[in-house]
Design a protein around this ligand. Sequence first.
Ligand code: PXP
Length: 235
Amino acid sequence: MKLGVNIDHIATLRNARGGIEPNLVEAAKIILKEDILALTMHLREDRRHIKDKDLYDIKELGAKINLEMAATSEIQKIALDIVPYSVCIVPERRLEITTEGGLDVFGQKEKLKEFIKPLKDKGIKVSMFIDPNKEQIEASSYIEADYIEMHTGCFSRAFDSNDWSEELDKLKQSATYAEKLGLKVNAGHGLNYKNVYLMKEIKEISELNIGHSIISRAVFVGIEKAVNEMLELIK
Ligand code: PXP
């Protein structure tokens, strides 16, 4: 099982001050020293965290990018120019805080089939971010996506209320079914240091995409050193 690190939240922190710190490229260089598969970046329509330039800067580092994107022609054009390692098609609503729920592939099969074709033709792996259910898996197979990424948000919330077995079963059954249909399986959203061990029970998963918990943890593993360095400087 491989790890993709979502770096959107580093960009969120940077944008809070409108400056260049924390510098995304410097962060990416540190992350890339570890055994990770890709840097995941969501270029949203409103550019609330990742900006177009970030994608080009990270691409220049030679990093594999997993680009999360809505199925719009504006972002498709950028994806075709960047040629990331993979794209993950996600639903996007302007007022949401984060991606809520999976993409309705079933309800827009023909549109999505057409939409992903030029991406696939460029050799980009295409993934559909869906809730773990049969209808959406079958639709993802129909449109010839390479991967599904199972939305683990419900599982993560259920884990927090100590009642996760049904949600975990849904993920397990969906992963088995997707693999049977020839789809590769990724998962992500809301995974953290407490619940991630359960993903190891799903042998079909090839990649996990994790962001918020890693960036949050980075604050706590780094804050002591950061404060001490500042203390040294003002002594
Ligand atoms: N996968 C997808 C498709 C997402 O939209 C997100 C959130 O940006 C993630 C994974 C990572 O979720 P989290 O930040 O909760 O780890």
